[in-house]
Design a protein around this ligand. Structure first.
Ligand SMILES: CSC[C@H]1O[C@H](OP(=O)(O)O)[C@H](O)[C@@H]1O
Length: 368
């Protein structure tokens, strides 16, 4: 996607023989567009933990390079296993991280130690390229839903979508998951308008999604998280579409905290609720999301403080709770499959259910 007319991926290598990667520092958006260079596993782990890079597919791809960096000094099996465990521990909920690392480890263990660095770069590059293709396919399948709504409305007015948090191109290598269909609909001339939330605790809707959509010219309105149900009751949301950090084999979905409340409101108001995901986000080993998905608990400071621009246009943060008040900060919640209309994957759409997922990914039924 583009920033000021220049096409970028959210992760790239400056050249094929460069032993570093570049990312955008997402803690600086939207006020600053800053590129970070990462060239060792510690820096990669730090960038993931602090959410300089974030979004389930993107952290998987970045971690894949982190593993290669770790092998540059020692490419033994032991070093590989140690680096893999270190990187997987950086964020517990997003399953793409484990998926990417396990794919890398399986690939590299089949290669002699002295060839592992070169093979690792090639495999990490492949993960990135596949992520772009996957998200483009998700975009095409989701676009059909937006087209159907537009046709059902007699091509009058606009299609109003609601998204929570940021599942756009900066959360993936390119295109995004939930935002890919929206970009495609906009580009083909369907008048879409997006209600943008996740305005607390990290404000990823207002800081990231609003910036992305605005940069692409997509009409949008930032709303407080609490406003979503109200707009659904008022008939002003045609469809909710969100991304996810982990989907279970029975279709339960972990996504940014507050997603569950959106799903409840959508269910009560008969508003279609779709979740867009690459198959790398499916955790086939887990069924009951509420019971079995680990929920990352992040720093209380993310709740106690807000960042923004002050009246002088300076970026800074302010405390919004009494000095002695503690805070709790679960970063994700789980939406049970029964509350969803369905899932949009690179292979097409399906019910949020075991049968639905198995119909699209029959090979996984045999593997697990
Ligand atoms: C397509 S990314 C899915 C997911 O990533 C976000 O998590 P985070 O920003 O904490 O890494 C968010 O939950 C998105 O929906």
């Amino acid at each position: 996607m583009k920033i000021n007319g220049i096409s970028y991926r959210s992760l790239w290598r400056p050249s094929d023989d460069d032993r570093s990667i570049r990312i955008f520092d997402q803690t600086r958006f939207p006020w600053n567009v800053e590129i970070l260079e990462l060239r060792d596993a510690d820096a990669v782990a730090e960038a993931i933990t602090t959410m300089q890079v974030r979004g389930a597919p993107l952290i998987g791809a970045v971690a894949a390079y982190g593993l290669v960096f770790a092998l540059q000094d020692d490419a033994s099996d032991e070093a590989l296993d140690k680096a893999a465990a270190f990187l997987i521990a950086t964020r517990p909920t997003a399953i793409n991280l484990r998926w990417a690392i396990e794919r890398m480890v399986a690939h590299l263990k089949a290669v002699p130690a002295d060839e592992r660095v070169a093979a690792g770069y090639a495999e990490a590059d492949a993960i990135c390229d596949e992520d772009v293709q996957t998200n483009e396919a998700i975009g095409r399948h989701g676009l059909e839903l937006i087209r159907e709504i537009w046709e059902r409305k007699g091509k009058q007015g606009q299609v109003n979508l609601l998204t929570h948090c940021n599942a756009g191109w900066i959360a993936t290598v390119d295109w995004g998951t939930a935002l890919a269909p929206i970009y495609m609909a906009h580009d083909e001339g369907i008048p879409v308008h997006v209600w943008v939330d996740e305005t607390r605790p990290r404000n990823q809707g207002s800081l990231l999604t609003a910036w992305e959509l605005g940069s692409h010219g997509v009409p949008h309105t930032v709303i407080a998280d609490n406003a979503g149900g109200h707009y659904m009751q008022a008939g002003r949301v045609d469809m909710v579409i969100v991304g996810t950090d982990r989907v279970t084999a029975q279709g339960d979905v972990a996504n940014k905290i507050g997603t569950y409340l959106k799903a409840l409101a959508a269910h009560d108001n008969n508003v279609p609720f779709w979740v867009a995901l690459p198959s790398s986000t499916i955790d086939w080993r887990v069924r009951d999301g509420v019971k079995d998905i680990p929920i990352e608990e992040r720093s209380a400071d993310e709740v106690l403080f807000m960042t923004g621009l002050d009246s002088n246009g300076e970026a800074g943060r302010v405390r919004i709770a009494p000095l002695n008040s503690p805070a709790a900060n679960p970063a994700f919640d789980v939406t049970p499959a029964r509350l969803m209309t369905g899932l949009i994957t690179e292979r097409g759409r399906c019910d949020a259910s075991e049968a639905g997922l198995q119909s699209l990914f029959p090979e996984q039924t045999k593997a697990h």
